[in-house]
Design a protein around this ligand. Structure first.
Ligand code: FES
Ligand code: FE2
Length: 355
């Protein structure tokens, strides 16, 4: 993306996703014990599995023998057997058996490995590390005020066409609300008014500091108490919205995962502490889905235009967060390449826009 001449300048990241980062792979409940599944992330074929003990793992989904996907084989909760010649692999990718060998054919099977990716399960979500070295990478985000073992109460997954950048920018774009998310229960064009929000740099990104949500966001009122919202963004494409209402909280984690050059996945996991909300989950789900669908549909329309590689504009202050995203991404890529610590390029300030 190029920036407008009128904008305040700054680095613009490439369209390629960062590799040295943890990406949201899938909601934990979709991967049962003793099961494996195939999924492309960062253009790489991955096999994701959960062993008999409940631990998660990720391997490159290609047999080192003849390249057939290992996910076509069988998994017994401890090891994977390739469907072609029956080679067996541990969940760490190490080969443990080659059935064709006869006694005397000395061959060190453990030297053969299917590449393994670091995988972790945190607060119900499974994350995979896309690069070579997780040390010094943005850590896996954690939802505050709940335990490590507590999972989401609601999760939705949606595929967006196109690369990661426009999906991420759409997440932090404050000006599209009244146009894209127009509905009787949320926003209307007439609800547009001027806003001023204080931002500060935070871990691997920036945070819109705690504030009372706009009076015209009707859906917040059902929370009770005086809700206050804080929204944090961090690399590689994660948004955490934390709403505190009295002694309760409602928090959402939105994570953008690059699938391949033509697709991006958005996972939206919601956590809450108010018990009365849990039985209302079936009513809540359609709202979450319709929100995500609106964001997906607008990105899909945008793709038709982006095919012509038009120059694009980032306008202050509504697009300042998008500029920060590009700067954060570029700085992190440079810091990794130069082997030095990441220096957050965001300077705290108040942003003003109408929406
Ligand atoms: S291709 Fe996997 S064992 Fe031969
Ligand atoms: Fe949106």
């Amino acid at each position: 993306m190029r920036e407008s001449k009128e904008s305040e300048g700054g680095e613009v990241g490439g369209e390629t996703p960062l590799r040295e980062a943890w990406y949201y792979a899938l909601p934990g409940h979709r991967l049962r014990r003793g099961k494996m599944l195939a999924k492309t992330i960062l253009g790489e074929p991955l096999l994701l599995g959960r062993d008999a003990g409940g631990g998660v793992f990720a391997l490159r989904d290609l047999c080192p023998h003849r390249g057939i996907p290992l996910s076509c084989g069988r998994f017994d909760g401890a090891g994977i057997e390739c469907c072609y010649h029956g080679w067996r692999f541990g969940t760490d990718g190490r080969c443990t058996a080659i059935p064709s060998l006869v006694p005397g054919q000395a061959f060190e099977v453990s030297r053969i490995r299917a590449a393994a990716y670091p995988a972790r399960e945190v607060q119900g979500n499974i994350w995979v590390y896309g690069g070579a070295d997780p040390a010094g990478a943005p850590d896996i985000p954690r939802i505050p005020d709940i335990g490590e073992a507590t999972g989401y109460r609601l999760v939705e997954t949606m595929r967006f066409p196109g690369g990661i950048d426009h999906a991420v920018i759409g997440l932090m774009d404050p000006a599209h609300g009244p146009f894209v998310h127009r509905s009787w229960w949320w926003r209307s064009r007439r609800s547009i008014h001027e806003k001023a929000k204080a931002f500060a740099p935070s871990d691997w990104g920036f945070t819109m500091l705690r504030h009372a949500p706009s009076a015209n966001s009707r859906a917040y009122r059902i929370l009770g108490g005086a809700p206050e919202t804080e929204i944090a963004f961090r690399l590689p494409g994660i948004r955490i919205e934390h709403i505190r209402a009295g002694r309760h909280m409602l928090c959402s984690l939105t994570a953008v995962t690059p699938i391949d050059a033509g697709a991006t996945e958005v996972n939206h996991a919601v956590y809450w502490t108010m018990p009365w909300l849990t039985p209302l989950r079936p009513l809540l789900r359609p709202f979450v889905r319709s929100f995500l669908r609106q964001d997906r549909d607008i990105v899909a329309k945008q793709q038709a235009g982006l095919r012509h590689a038009p120059p694009l504009l980032l306008v202050n202050d509504a697009d300042t967060q998008a500029k920060w995203y590009y700067r954060l991404k570029a700085e992190y890529a440079r810091a990794r390449a130069e082997g030095r610590p990441f220096v957050n390029p965001v300077k705290g300030r108040t942003l003003r826009w109408r929406s």
